[in-house]
Write a protein that binds this ligand. Structure first.
Ligand code: GTP
Length: 596
């Protein structure tokens, strides 16, 4: 296809503002998929994505569109993930296209994620077409939201298109705007091949599928290509496009987006943002390439130690399809064999954990999530600490540095006070506070370790779900951080160790031992539960010994009830692990860390 008749774009939106529904409509309107093949939400392929209503893996579709001027165009839509954990992937896929549709729910308005993603689009020099979606809703207020887009984002919204992705209203106008407002890609068909690796994933039939955007030159089936980041070369055995189902073709030219397969075994061998060229050539690499770095670490252990091999298997399989997730074997005195895993963020952690539990039927103990600390040793070396249990002897340590983030929160006025208090409680430093109508935009510098755990849940609950949140890493900073250990029945439980700020340690320690006292069932003997820093105990609770049989309160009369209770107790047992002489339930590892 001639460059002048190609348009490449992505859709920028906050979760639930209608990105997938709009994409489905564009596909449907242009007849790309026959009506009866149309599955609700074509682009969200994974079940978990559908269930949680979030788009995780970037996806793409090629649409043929005959415009009202009679000319035929090829429109390539790249679907980008909508969550903060995947910011790097978003910024990469934005570089592969020239424009964005900015979808804002006209009954809601601009949210923090919309902002973050629009900034990625602006960074990539996109032309942006604002779309006011859900105009069929009674609460839709296009005037107000258009003004908000101008005020908050600073782009012209006078020609925003009014759309209902639900009824189909405004879809033709949207297609016309894509053709007439977004620029055509540039590229030189005679130059050596230069392509960008936009995304990759594992397919059980075809192996690794690599999504590419051709910048210059041509990519043909049967050629050998080189991935510039690692110099590996591969024989291209298939080339194709998504409509959205796969269609094989023989070559891709400049400006085009499609996929290749090359008998690549692991997603790990492909790096998002990498530059691809012909194997015997070298071209200037695309700027800004960096491999995705895990920022949140935690241990995953099977509740039933016999399931360790199954866990290894499931993790190996999941890693095939997710290069951003890292893992290595870990042994814990208390939990036995398991894995220390690294994730892009908490959502990423939850998705992987859910998939292991659900798809592979393995009950897991998840240890406290931790960020990576830089340990500055007395001898000048800097070590990375991924696991509080590995904290070296304090006499060897000069100081610790922790990662900090810049968090942007958009919240209705009424809840601002609660949000400020929450950020303050989490050792935040306020950077900015501005208003857009009745909503405040607060920017905080926060330690990532105060955010990874339950910040997002707390934010949602103090604002009744009205706040939106986005963050980016800003760097490391020294602070007074210490390792807090938890001892149950005088034995340290390494899986409950956490890094905390010294000033917060006493309160945190007290809260944890109180929680654990409620979470650990009574035993036949008395159990002390302590929090300690170094050798010093900073908080202590005692769980008194059990006196009566649990069934005693059933007054012996009702046999079925008694049986039920015993069954319930048995089921509860399965999810417990023994530590010394004490059974600790699985949920304790997460619940004990939640702060109220
Ligand atoms: P993520 O995939 O999570 O990023 O969400 P999304 O932005 O893709 O939103 P999605 O398309 O899943 O839409 C969210 C909800 O809004 C769904 O229940 C849609 O049916 C609904 N929705 C989308 N567009 C419209 C619209 O124009 N009008 C109405 N009334 N509802 C809509």
């Amino acid at each position: 296809t001639a460059l002048s008749h190609i348009r490449n774009f992505s859709i920028v939106a906050h979760i639930d503002h209608g990105k997938s529904t709009l994409a489905d409509r564009l596909i449907q309107e242009t007849g790309t998929v026959k009506e009866r093949d149309m599955q609700a939400q074509m682009l969200d392929s994974m079940d978990i994505e559908r269930e949680r209503g979030i788009t995780i893996k970037a996806n793409t579709v090629r649409i043929d569109y005959t415009a009202l001027n009679g000319e035929s165009y090829v429109l390539n839509l790249i679907d980008t993930p909508g969550h903060v954990d995947f910011a790097y992937e978003v910024s990469r896929s934005m570089r592969a296209v020239e424009g964005s549709l900015l979808v804002v729910d006209s009954s809601q308005g601009v949210e923090a994620q919309t902002l973050a993603n629009v900034y990625h689009a602006l960074d990539a020099d996109h032309e942006i077409v604002p779309i006011l979606n859900k105009i069929d809703l009674p609460a839709s207020d296009c005037m107000r939201v258009a003004e908000q887009i101008e005020d908050v984002i600073g782009i012209d919204a006078t020609e925003a298109i009014q759309v209902s992705a639900k009824t189909g209203q405004g879809i033709v106008e949207t297609l016309e705007a894509i053709v007439h407002k977004l620029p055509a890609p540039k590229g030189d068909i005679n130059a050596p091949l230069k392509a960008m690796l936009v995304d990759s994933w594992y397919d059980s039939y075809l192996g690794v599928i690599v999504l590419v955007r051709i910048i210059d030159g041509k990519l043909k089936k049967g050629e050998r290509v080189k991935f510039m980041s690692n110099g590996s070369t591969h024989h291209v055995d298939r080339i194709g496009v998504f409509r959205p189902q796969m269609e094989m073709i023989d070559e891709l030219g400049p400006g085009e987006i499609g996929f290749l397969t090359a008998s690549i075994k692991q997603v790990r061998d492909t790096r998002v943002g990498d530059t691809i060229c012909h194997d015997k050539q070298t071209v200037e690499a695309l700027p800004g390439f960096k491999p995705a770095q895990p920022v949140v670490f935690c241990g995953l252990f099977p509740v039933d130690a016999a399931q360790f091999e199954d866990l290894r298997d499931s993790i190996d399989k999941l890693a095939l399809n997710d290069a951003s997730f890292s893992y290595e074997m870990e042994t814990s005195a208390a939990l036995g064999f398991g894995f220390r895993c690294g994730f892009l963020g908490l959502l990423h952690l939850e998705v992987i954990r859910d998939r292991i539990e659900r798809e592979y039927a393995i009950d897991l103990i998840t240890t406290a999530p931790s960020v990576i600390y830089d340990i500055h040793m007395r001898d000048g070396r800097i070590e990375q600490l991924h696991n509080p249990a590995d904290m070296p002897d304090l006499t060897l340590v000069d100081h610790l540095e922790e990662p900090r983030i810049k968090a942007t929160i958009l919240v209705p006025d009424d809840y601002l006070g609660d949000v400020l208090k929450l950020c303050q409680d989490r050792r935040g430093v306020q950077l900015d506070l501005t208003y857009a109508g009745s909503r405040a935009m607060v920017v905080y510098d926060l330690p990532l370790n105060e955010v990874v755990f339950d910040f997002y849940d707390r934010l949602k609950s103090v604002t009744k779900g009205y706040a939106s949140f986005d963050y980016q890493m800003i760097g490391y900073q020294q602070d007074n951080l210490v390792k807090m250990s938890i001892l149950v029945n005088d034995e340290p439980v390494d899986a409950l160790s956490t890094m905390v700020h010294r000033d917060r340690a006493d309160a945190r320690g007290r809260a944890m031992v109180e929680k654990l006292k409620d979470l650990i069932p009574r035993h036949m003997f008395k159990i002390p539960i302590q929090a300690a820093i170094g050798g010093k105990v900073i908080a202590r609770e005692t769980l008194s010994a059990m006196r009566k049989d649990v069934t005693a309160k059933c007054y012996g009369g009702d046999a079925t009830r008694k049986k039920k209770l015993l069954e319930k107790q048995k089921a509860g047992k399965k999810k417990m692990r023994q530590f010394g002489k004490v059974d600790i339930p699985q949920e304790a590892f997460i619940s004990a860390l939640k702060m109220d």
